[in-house]
Design a protein around this ligand. Structure first.
Ligand code: NAD
Length: 377
């Protein structure tokens, strides 16, 4: 199959297949959209069954980053890198160095950082080779992500139950990792009754002892008798089978790609479950990275996190008005924002303006056309 025929191709701006024979590195770098600012997305290392599967993954993920960026009120195009090889430990450092040198050669229009399969040591090695690898944000991305989940949960609860407090609300958190554990702490402070599941007994015990979290089964977490189900581990947890047994009326969580397939958004709506689209809910990590790239402060991150609430309300209202599911409404609003940015970039390049002329702020600043649905501005 040619690249252009790939289901996830979506007119990607650049797709690079890169190799470094001495280290054995093989990787794909995809830049979904290139606007005035760099295209941004993490680098993952994964063992794929085939190059085609890796291509599908990188295209889908870089496209997802564009959607996440615009819905968080940012103007970065989305990007992603996947390292295909599963290196022996002695090759690993050489592959990271090679990947960083390639990133350096791309010249700053692609910025990357940690994603699935990479660790802090890999990032440190890469940062020796290039300034285009991020990893020193003022707020840890997982903390900003947890904050965004909490804000989104409050918005969804207000929309569904017309209440502003989480006091006494029963919440099931599936996954007590970097995001889930912080979120459990925040929910605890808000007076919610927190249930949690994790395949790792150690973090479950810790959460139970320090926060009074009530442990539940991993297999049954989605069907727990709670008000809110909060997936913070794996993707594709919302599928035909799990949706059927769900008792929560609201789903808000940090996991990426929660819907196993497109129809699952509709299935949730038919069952009266309010689903908060994942790429809006979990944008906090990207906001922390954006602050690092733009030299912005913690206050700027908090302001953008608060704005996620208006964006989500807009999505819920659009979904109600048009009788569509929130995931479809989110995609429609994201696509409007993408089209507006695309037009604004074409206009600027036709007028011969360089990127230095463009105001550093997000959309709506300076003479950049306003994004009409923008809830963040
Ligand atoms: P993490 O690896 O730190 O934590 C994941 C946790 O889930 C671990 O404790 C693991 O034991 C547990 N787990 C694994 N399988 C499970 C299962 N079947 N049921 C219950 N628990 C299970 O990851 P994280 O950084 O906390 O991220 C959580 C999710 O949020 C991921 O899907 C990630 O892609 C997404 N996300 C994270 C960030 C971020 O800033 N860290 C940003 C956006 C999205």
């Amino acid at each position: 199959m040619s690249l252009q025929q790939h289901t996830n191709f979506d007119d990607h701006a650049e797709v690079m297949f890169v190799c470094d024979p001495p280290s054995g590195l093989r990787a794909i770098i995809a830049l979904h959209r290139i606007w005035q600012k760099p295209s941004v997305g993490g680098c993952r290392l994964k063992s794929y069954a085939s190059d085609d599967e890796a291509m599908g993954d990188v295209l889908r993920l870089s496209r997802g980053m564009t959607y996440k960026s615009v819905m968080a009120g940012l103007t970065f195009g989305g990007a992603k890198a996947v390292i295909l090889s599963a290196p022996d430990e002695h090759q690993r450092a050489a592959q990271m160095r090679a990947m960083a040198q390639i990133t350096q050669r791309i010249g700053g229009r692609f910025r990357t950082g940690v994603d699935f399969g990479l660790n802090a040591n890999d990032i440190e090695i890469m940062q020796h080779e290039t300034p285009f690898v991020f990893g020193d944000s003022v707020v840890p991305p997982s903390k900003a992500t947890a904050q965004g989940v909490l804000i989104s949960m409050k918005t969804a609860v207000k929309h569904r139950h017309q209440r502003t407090s989480l006091q006494g609300l029963r919440v099931a958190v599936a996954g007590l990792g970097k995001v889930g554990m912080r979120l459990a702490e925040m929910l605890n402070r808000e007076g919610a009754i927190v249930f949690a599941a994790d395949v790792n007994d150690e973090c479950l015990r810790e959460a139970s002892q320090t926060l009074g979290v009530q442990p539940i089964d991993v297999e049954g977490a989605h069907a727990a008798d709670v008000d809110v189900y909060c997936p913070c581990a794996l993707g594709a947890v919302l599928n035909e089978s799990t949706i059927r047994s769900m008792r929560a009326s609201i789903i808000v969580g940090s996991a990426n790609n929660q819907l196993a397939e497109q129809q699952d958004g509709e299935r949730l709506s038919e069952q009266g479950i309010l689903y908060a689209p994942d790429y809006i809910v979990n944008a906090g990590g990207l906001l922390a990275v954006a602050a690092e790239l733009e030299g912005e402060s913690t206050a700027w991150i908090n302001q953008k996190l608060d704005a996620l609430s208006d964006t989500l309300s807009n999505v819920f209202d659009t979904a109600s008005k048009r009788s569509i599911s929130p995931d479809v409404a989110a995609d429609l609003l994201a696509e409007q924002r993408i089209a507006t940015l695309q037009r604004s970039c074409s206009l600027e390049s036709r007028e011969g303006r360089s990127s230095d002329d463009v105001p550093a702020g997000g959309h709506g600043s300076g003479d950049r056309p306003q994004i009409r649905d923008a809830a963040t501005g």
